[in-house]
Design a protein around this ligand. Structure first.
Ligand code: PEP
Ligand code: MN
Length: 456
């Protein structure tokens, strides 16, 4: 007898053909690979590898994001601007997961809501760039586009896009996600342990401001323990993988047909977002992502018109499905209070319920006189505050934050309770791309956002 659960539903041939329609459309931010045959061979190889995620997990995430969109959960998405192959070590992966878990505990308490935990991890290897080339002195070379495309060293050899990196990107994503799954399912994420790490943070005199909230969380956990809460359940957390869906020679071969439903999923991550530079309505990226079932994010900068936003909704979420579409707004601290409310207002009357998430990083970049790309911690906090204010004023739900962070002790963003200043930036600046909040700055942000959430 055929087990109905094992019945394979085949995809409509038109659906499969549609997955390549993007090839006919204008496309931005792709590398100029020197050898097209080698790219085709690498893509073919990737298409034969197992998926990183299962369609059922992707569906679960979509549902959870739907809850966040209606104000009953909150998304915490964080990780490197650009993951590197060399940075995919056990130590660094552990520190990043640990930081996100620590932030999530604080936010859970502040929001009194489930926090959906998501890493910019296990595939965040491709970067959009403002120029195709970089010039140093009288030498001009292709810009660094992320480890999945080329190397960072400023030599012609390193900077030439190398298709074997596509395959290495896949394998690095696999080993990263494997360790993330082990950590988050195998006991490392135990609520009591995560809380004990946070106690260390709150005990530091520099963080005195957070003492009361930390003490309240401590009491809540003791109460749960005394009341016999099932800590076995609290030893595991669902942790989702996400990255910018940018490099089509990786994303297309990772697209598979779900045998349960006959519909396409991008199996390189649970969640993918389209960046500010590639979200053209009639461009390749929006077309491709409109055809896969994953929850999709779109970055919205300060110049986004309400009309463009509404057209993105019609294209990516024609069925108005909860959790399908997330708008990640990155306006800048100085602009968010003016630029966000008109978008939130425009949505009314369209039956759309996108999840609204604040990326307080990408609108707040600056370069120091000494040449460091950095951000001020205070601007990051101010943009998050402006995001909450805008939602409060319009009556929509502030549904999450999207942060560039690392679990390591780097000095890339200015300020925070350690008062990192311009001179200090040089001491441990490691990012190859945008500056990240370090471990302590990330936790501090979580405490500040928790205060905002408690006030919603
Ligand atoms: C990013 O998230 O690293 C990024 C490039 O963002 P944006 O598309 O918003 O500029
Ligand atoms: Mn970035």
């Amino acid at each position: 007898m055929v087990d109905p659960s094992e019945q394979v539903v085949l995809a409509d041939p038109a659906v499969i053909a549609g997955l390549d329609y993007w090839r006919e459309l204008p496309i931005k931010q792709q590398p100029s690979w020197p050898d097209a045959a080698a790219v085709a061979a690498a893509s073919k190889q990737i298409a034969s590898f197992p998926p990183l995620v299962f369609a059922g997990e992707v569906d679960d995430l979509r549902e959870k994001l739907g809850r966040a969109a209606s104000g009953n959960a909150f998304l915490l998405q964080g990780g490197d601007c650009a993951e590197t192959f060399a940075g995919a070590t056990a130590e660094q992966i552990k520190n990043r997961v640990k930081t996100i878990l620590q932030m999530a505990v604080v936010l859970t308490y502040g929001a009194s809501m489930p926090i959906v935990k998501m890493g910019r991890m296990a595939g965040q290897f491709a970067k959009p760039r403002s120029t195709d080339t970089e010039t140093r002195g009288d030498v001009t070379l292709p810009a660094y586009r992320g480890d999945i495309v080329n190397g960072y060293d400023f030599t012609a050899e390193a900077r030439t896009p190398d298709p074997s990196r596509l395959v290495q990107g896949y394998h690095t994503a696999v080993s990263t996600l494997n360790l993330v799954r082990a950590f988050t399912q195998g006991g490392f994420a135990d609520l009591r342990q995560v809380h004990s790490w946070n106690k260390g943070f709150a005990a530091n005199p520099a963080n005195k401001r957070y003492e009361i909230l930390a003490r309240d969380i401590d009491r809540a956990i003791k109460f749960m323990e005394a009341a016999g809460a099932d800590f076995d359940e609290l030893r595991r957390v669902d942790f989702y993988a996400s990255h910018e869906g940018l490099l089509m020679d990786y994303e297309r071969p990772m697209t598979r047909i779900d045998s349960r439903t006959g519909t396409p999923y991008n199996t390189s991550a649970h969640f993918l977002w389209v960046g500010e530079r590639t979200r053209d309505l009639d461009g390749a990226h929006i077309d491709y992502f409109s055809r896969v079932r994953n929850p999709i994010g779109v970055k919205l900068g300060p110049t986004t018109s309400p009309d463009d936003m509404l057209r993105l909704i019609d294209k990516l979420d024609p069925d108005r499905e909860p959790g399908r579409l997330t708008f990640i707004t990155r306006m800048g601290a100085g602009k968010v209070r003016d630029a966000l409310p008109p978008l939130l207002e425009a949505i009314k009357g369209h039956e759309a319920t996108p999840l609204w998430v604040s990326d307080p990083m990408h609108g707040n970049g600056l370069t120091t006189s000494t040449g460091y790309k950095t951000r001020r911690f205070d601007d990051v906090v101010d943009e998050v505050k402006g995001f909450f204010e805008a939602h409060r004023a319009v009556g929509t739900h502030p549904g999450g934050i999207h942060i560039e962070l690392t679990g390591d002790d780097v000095t890339e963003c200015l300020g925070g309770s350690e008062h990192i200043d311009e001179a200090t930036l040089a001491t441990k600046y490691e990012s190859l791309c945008d500056p990240r909040l370090n471990h302590k700055q990330s936790l501090e942000l979580a405490f500040l956002v928790a205060e905002e959430l408690a006030a919603v």
